[in-house]
Design a protein around this ligand. Structure first.
Ligand code: NI
Length: 258
């Protein structure tokens, strides 16, 4: 069975085809997905999807690109969704220094810390988005998350093998998405190779980042199997073993029974 540990099932990109997509998921080996919020609106959509579709769970929170005018009141509204039964994590939260029009770094850092503090208070795992911000992400997690025993998942990991090892050593899980299947993905492949299968999860981040052989098309949660195939190849295990391990790891991380 497969578990897509991070996707955006309620993204507008899937409007119109979602019921059909749900049917395809139900008749496939993809047993579970987590729909990840990026602000109050998308978090609420994710919660509603999780309460509509049996294979779907939700994460709620503010993506670093969305925190520019965030207030404590809005954050409280968003994270109050954690009381809903199908919400399994806070995310995606983190730092994104890639785009110039993202909020200033100090603003991103402030809301990243605040959401980690709330995750500790609420006893929730966190899904981390980190782009071109390796050191600051690591430093903030070391201050706010690990000492408080907040379970950490590094989503769509793009760092070095050394960084992956460092994260695993302090208790984080590492998730790989479509880019690990790309031709120029040597660093990604080396990072996956550096991490034990017991610490690896897989995801699509769909509708973005379709894996090979679907690269360039709209990504679907179903395509997580291509990521599983790549992980099997890298770790030198059968596809069934890779599926099984990543499925169990995702269940453990999100605290769902197998
Ligand atoms: Ni995402």
């Amino acid at each position: 069975m497969l578990f897509d540990s991070h996707c955006h099932f309620t993204d507008e990109g899937f409007d119109g085809i979602r019921p059909e997509l749900a049917e395809q998921i139900r008749s496939s080996e993809l047993a579970r997905i987590v729909d990840i919020g990026t602000d109050l609106k998308t978090s609420l959509k994710a919660v509603l999807a999780s309460e509509t579709y049996d294979f779907c769970w939700a994460a709620v929170g503010y993506h670093p690109a969305e925190v520019g005018s965030l207030t404590e009141e809005e954050l409280a509204k968003c994270l109050s969704l954690c009381s809903r039964k199908r919400v399994v994590a806070i995310g995606e939260i983190g730092l994104d220094y890639h785009w110039e029009d993202n909020p200033p770094r100090d603003v991103q850092q402030h809301w990243f810390r605040r959401q980690l503090q709330e995750a500790a208070r609420l006893g929730m795992p966190v899904c981390i988005h980190s782009r071109d911000a390796d050191q600051d992400t690591l430093d903030i997690l070391k201050e706010e998350a690990f000492p408080r025993k907040v379970p950490v998942l590094m989503h769509c990991f793009s760092g070095s093998p050394e960084l992956a090892r460092q994260y695993v050593k302090i208790g984080a899980k590492i998730s790989f998405a479509g880019p690990i299947t790309y031709k120029n993905a040597r660093r990604n492949v080396e990072a996956a190779d550096a991490v034990d299968l017991k610490d690896l999860l897989i995801e699509t981040d769909s509708p973005y980042l379709a894996p090979v052989p679907m690269r360039g098309k709209q990504n679907l949660p179903l395509y997580v199997r291509y990521v599983a195939e790549k992980i099997a190849e890298i770790k030198g295990v059968s596809l069934a073993e890779a599926e099984d391990a990543t499925y169990r790891n995702a269940c453990d991380f999100y605290r769902l029974p197998y």
